[in-house]
Design a binder for this molecule. Structure first.
Ligand code: AVI
Length: 322
């Protein structure tokens, strides 16, 4: 699944940490969770019993692989199956295996910022599915997608799994979808996962697991500031706190200072003070229903063509068209 090693420039990390910790209320971007340690923790999160997202999407792909693959295929011509944020490809391999078994002509094009993730993915596909042609592309999603469109005029099926869109606020999600839409022709498809609204307790448990893995994932932001910006945050002086607003469908993660504290960040030459119970907002994980997805798609110039759901209706994969 989406294993993300971000190679965002150090100076951007410096700037964002400076801005986020000097703002009121304080905030840090969840994109900075994913260094080598964060990638490993996210892998552990995806294996947790409480984190139903991965398993639900896995089940959808497995149950509907035939319908999904048939929907991808058109005109008996080879198409590019492009995956944004490819990760370890565990779920994608269900579709790749089925496409091969059905003799459907395609080329798999995983796009990821992490070269390392792509090398590992390509190796594992070459081992497990040697007949799949893989043409991985390293880079940021839109730049890379744009370059690919300029170079090749094949039909595209673009995949964005894992409800990764949920880490964006609605206006950013619309912008994201719109950027994809602009690179699509009328024949192209977007296959995308959206985690659904459900019992609020189920959602809270997914982001507040008993083993404390999500807590370590959240606190990895501070650990990263300690190691990369030469600071000395005591992680025990912060709580991991999750809230879910069922009206908005928004889960939010915070780090909460347990006591008054002052930290000096050498790398930024910056002193930060926290009052007891002051918060740092670190992540949003948006939950959806068909109406919200339809509204987002419409705003981005697309429409829903198919919906695939798991038995519990915990999670859905949508095919969007222009
Ligand atoms: C990557 N993203 C979709 C995950 C989510 O569910 O928001 C990241 C995550 N954060 C805490 N647990 C998992």
């Amino acid at each position: 699944m989406q294993q993300k090693t971000t190679l965002i420039s150090t100076s951007q990390f410096h700037k964002d940490v400076y801005k986020g910790l000097t703002d009121f209320p304080k905030h840090l971007s969840s994109k900075y969770f994913y260094d080598a340690k964060g990638d490993k923790l996210f892998q552990e999160i995806m294996d947790m019993p409480e984190y139903y997202l991965t398993n639900s999407e896995f089940k959808i792909l497995d149950k509907f692989k035939d319908e999904i693959c048939r929907a991808f295929f058109k005109d008996s011509k080879e198409f590019n199956l492009i995956e944004l944020g490819a990760g370890d490809g565990k779920k994608t391999k269900i579709l790749l295996r089925h496409l091969v078994a059905e003799g459907i002509p395609f080329q798999y094009v995983p796009i990821d910022i992490s070269e390392n993730a792509l090398i590992q993915l390509e190796d594992s596909i070459n081992n497990e599915l040697p007949s799949v042609r893989v043409a991985s592309l390293q880079g940021t999603y839109f730049e890379t997608l744009e370059n690919l469109c300029k170079m090749q005029h094949k039909r595209k099926v673009i995949m964005f799994l894992g409800s990764n869109i949920g880490n964006l606020l609605h206006p950013q999600a619309v912008e994201f979808l719109m950027s994809i839409q602009k690179l699509m022709t009328d024949d192209d498809l977007l296959f995308i996962g959206f985690d659904q609204k459900k019992d609020p307790q189920t959602i809270l448990n997914a982001y507040n697991d008993a083993a404390g893995i999500t807590e370590r994932f959240n606190k990895n932001l501070l650990a990263r500031i300690n190691s990369e910006l030469d600071a000395n945050f005591d992680l025990n002086k912060f709580l991991h706190w999750e809230v879910y607003d069922p009206a908005k469908g928004t889960a939010k993660s915070y780090l909460v200072a347990r006591e008054n504290q002052t930290e000096y960040i050498n790398g930024l030459d910056l002193t930060i003070t926290f009052d007891a119970w002051e918060t740092i907002h670190t992540e949003i994980s948006q939950k959806y229903d068909d109406n919200i997805v339809s509204w987002l798609a419409d705003k981005a110039g697309m429409q829903i063509s198919r919906i695939f759901s798991d038995e519990n209706k915990f999670y859905k994969n949508y095919i969007l068209k222009k």
